[in-house]
Every structure is written in structure tokens, then in C-alpha cells.
Design a protein around this ligand. Structure first.
Ligand code: GUN
Length: 290
């Protein structure tokens, strides 16, 4: 039997409806949640993501703003802008779209954003808060979205063997943090993992976030496992009018014949990232209200 699809578009819609209700309640108390996204440069994929974030904010009734800066913007200017946004009481969430141009140190940018406005959950203060289970921390949006997808798909995490493929600061590491908090037994695999396929085959739940197109094949997946594909890769495809197609880190056709549940790409984890960003922004706007 082919795997059941976990529909990220439908779950994201539920989360966004909840966010819109919470936003309305805040507006009635005189606070309109505000998210400012900063985009430095003209990376086409980043431009698409940033437009989607602004549109989603506005649809939820929030103040969604995008500040676009030229790729040549000096780091000092970007940091000074962040200082102004930190001080602006109408801005509750600040997100600087990554990657930033090479002359800018991403860590300096992350450290400059006030932890209370860091709706990306990248600041070390939030990383630490989430790691020790302090409720005030903001969890990064993609792993937080994966947890909601698992919950809504009725997948029990407690006590399960979960393999996280990838150890990035944006997905792999915070994913571990959230899974451990949910009482999973977690293994992280990466480029140095020995006999990676056999480790991955031990997973009851597999989270693939390594950025390698169709890396996970059917022989690496335990029959009945739940597979969450975080990857979004462009691969050349002459049969497609655009000349490319999108695929995940999982070979979907093969793996969906073995897994019990699987997320598609697109339409799986992707839509959840934006929904969780809106949720974090509402939480940021709620801070300080009684
Ligand atoms: N680039 C890709 N994903 C993200 C994200 O979640 N946040 C930011 N700031 N940049 C990204």
C-alpha cells in the first residue's frame, strides 16, 4: 500500500487560520503584530520566499513589511537598520533572509537581533532557551513546523527512534532539540556518519534535511516508517517548461512505496515554515501584554 500523504498545505491553512484569529484579538487590544523582513541582494529564490512571507502576514491581518537592500550594503548599515528595528515598538518580529552576501557575517546579524524579536529562533539565547525547554524561547520555524505536521498526522513521537539527516543550525540541530523535548530517541546523521544507510534504516521516523536531491532511497527506509522531507532542491529537467523541477531529499516515488506516511515536495514542510513564522510573530507581539 502506498504511503499516506501528510498534507502540509492543509495543516498550514489550519495554523494560519488560528494565527488570524489571534491577530484579530490582539488588534482589538490595540496591538497589530508586525513582522519586518530584510532582504539583502537579489537572490531569486530568496526573493520568492520573502514575497510569500509578506503576503502571508498581510492575509493574517498583520503588518508585513519587507525592506530590500542592495547586495553591496555594508555590514555596518545592515546592523544599524537592525538597531532601529529593535527599537521600533511597532515591529514585533525581525527576519533577515539568509543567505546574506559574502561580505556580511551572518552570525553578526543574528546576534544583533533582539532575542525577543528573533522570530527565526536563530539567536543563541533562543537556541539555549529551546534546548533547556524554557517556554519563552522561539523555536526555528521549519523544525517547529515539522513537529506540528507530525502531531496533526497522528504520529506519536515519544519513545520512537527518530533519525535526523543533516546537522544545520536552521533545521537539523533545532530539530534534535524539539524531538528530545518530545521524548524521542534521536540520532543525527551527517557526511561523516559511518554506514549511514544502516543507521537510517533504524528510523521509525526519518527527517531528511541534508540538501541533496533524492538522497534517501527506498532501500534506506524501514517498511512502515514515517518520512518527513525538509529538502527543496532544483534539478535540471528538460521536459519541464522551466527547465528544472523541484524535488526533496527523498526519492519520493520509491520511498512512498515503503513508508507508512510521507510529506510531498512541494506541499509538505515548506508551507509550514511560513505558518510557524506567523505564529512566532503573534507570540512576539503578545509578550509584555498581560
Ligand atoms: N533562508 C532559508 N530559510 C530561512 C529561514 O527560515 N529564515 C531565514 N532568515 N532565512 C532563511
Amino acid at each position: 500500500m502506498p504511503a499516506e500523504l501528510i498534507d502540509g498545505v492543509a495543516v498550514a491553512k489550519l495554523v494560519r487560520a488560528e494565527v488570524a484569529r489571534d491577530t484579530q484579538a490582539l488588534v482589538e487590544r490595540g496591538v497589530t503584530p508586525g513582522l519586518t523582513v530584510v532582504l539583502v541582494g537579489e537572490d531569486p529564490a530568496s526573493a520568492v520566499y520573502v514575497r510569500a512571507k509578506e503576503k502571508a502576514c498581510i492575509e493574517a491581518g498583520m503588518n508585513g513589511k519587507t525592506i530590500r537592500l542592495p547586495a553591496t550594503t555594508p555590514q555596518d548599515e545592515l546592523l544599524a537598520l537592525i538597531d532601529r528595528l529593535n527599537a521600533d515598538t511597532t515591529v514585533h518580529g525581525i527576519l533577515v533572509q539568509m543567505p546574506v552576501p559574502k561580505h556580511i557575517d551572518p552570525q553578526a546579524v543574528i546576534l544583533r537581533i533582539a532575542p525577543t524579536k528573533d522570530v527565526d529562533g536563530f539567536h543563541p539565547v533562543n537556541v539555549g532557551r529551546v534546548w533547556i525547554g524554557e517556554k519563552s524561547g522561539f523555536a526555528p520555524c521549519t523544525p517547529a513546523g515539522v513537529m506540528v505536521l507530525l502531531e496533526k498526522a497522528g504520529v506519536e513521537v515519544s519513545g520512537k527512534n527518530v533519525v535526523v539527516l543533516g546537522r544545520s543550525n536552521i533545521v537539523g540541530k533545532p530539530m534534535v532539540s524539539l524531538l528530545v523535548a518530545a521524548s524521542a530517541t534521536v540520532t543525527v546523521c551527517h557526511s561523516k556518519t559511518r554506514d549511514l544507510p544502516s543507521v537510517v534504516r533504524g528510523a521509525d521516523i526519518l527527517i531528511a534535511a541534508i540538501g541533496r536531491p533524492e538522497f534517501v532511497t527506498a532501500d534506506m527506509v524501514k517498511p512502515g516508517a514515517v518520512v518527513i522531507d525538509v529538502g527543496i532542491n532544483r534539478v535540471d529537467d528538460a521536459t519541464n517548461a522551466k527547465g528544472y523541477r523541484l524535488c526533496g531529499d527523498v526519492h519520493f516515488a520509491g520511498v512512498s512505496a515503503v513508508a507508512s506516511k510521507i510529506t510531498p515536495v512541494p506541499g509538505g514542510v515548506g508551507p509550514m515554515t511560513i505558518a510557524m513564522l506567523l505564529k512566532n510573530t503573534v507570540r512576539a507581539a503578545t509578550q509584555g501584554l498581560d
